[in-house]
Design a protein around this ligand. Structure first.
Ligand SMILES: Cc1cc2nc3c(=O)[nH]c(=O)nc-3n(C[C@H](O)[C@H](O)[C@H](O)COP(=O)(O)O)c2cc1C
Length: 208
């Protein structure tokens, strides 16, 4: 009888160990996402599920912000007509210039690096404004990576949406008074798997 109890105890311990290892591996999701994230500029036509976009935006606003003021606004566009309309308006405005040449790659679908959805982020000018929205962006990009989605940070929308031809699109994002468009994040199911770009680890120094 004692042997049976001992054997059972051993089995339970072994199972518990396996479970603990599995659980601890699950918790490494963020670390895996940090290593796996890339700027993706080619996406499948498959739209991103509405619930996933909602989830990503929530991950964004879970980011820290100075004094928890949360001075940011997030606008999600999943409407292909809007994306294609903004693309057509911008291309028409910059037709024949270098700005258009730089955009029009053979796999070009839209001005948002071909994302099937776009998350726009606005914030007022002010102390720590860039830091706040930077934290928000990284939360979204890492969460997206974990969900198997690609993203691309698009600072260039600041310039694009400054074109007079884009005014109606900028307005339709509905940012509050005093809030400026800071960046957009292209989101979609990746249709490319870029290599990791090199990083300069000599930028890190321990101070004695
Ligand atoms: C502030 C900022 C602005 C960026 N703007 C653009 C952009 O307008 N268009 C673009 O294709 N990529 C843009 N990127 C993406 C960078 O080019 C990319 O992060 C960098 O080359 C490193 O590659 P990785 O993201 O794959 O590691 C931007 C990234 C940051 C952080």
């Amino acid at each position: 009888m004692k042997r049976v109890v001992l054997l059972l105890a051993l089995c339970v311990t072994a199972l518990l160990s396996v479970w603990l290892v599995t659980e601890s591996q699950k918790k490494s999701g963020v670390l895996e996402a940090i290593e796996a994230r890339r700027s993706v500029r080619a996406y499948k036509d498959t739209p991103v599920e509405h619930e996933k976009l909602e989830f990503l935006a929530k991950c964004g606003v879970l980011a820290p912000s100075a004094m928890n003021k949360q001075e940011w606004e997030v606008r999600i566009v999943e409407n292909k007509e809007w994306i294609d309309g903004a693309t057509a308006a911008y291309l028409k405005a910059v037709e024949g210039t270098d700005k258009a040449k730089y955009m029009l790659t053979p796999t070009f679908k839209n001005i948002f690096r071909n994302g099937s959805a776009v998350i726009f982020v606005g914030a007022p000018d002010g102390l720590f404004s860039g830091e706040n929205v930077g934290c928000l962006a990284q939360n979204i990009m890492l969460a997206a990576t974990e969900l198997g989605l690609g993203t691309c940070f698009l600072g260039s929308v600041q310039m694009m949406f400054a074109e007079p031809a884009m005014a109606e699109y900028l307005q339709s994002l509905g940012f509050s008074e005093g809030y400026k468009l800071r960046y957009a994040l292209a989101v979609g199911y990746p249709d490319e798997a870029p290599e990791a770009k090199p990083r300069d680890m000599s930028k890190i120094k321990f101070v004695e």
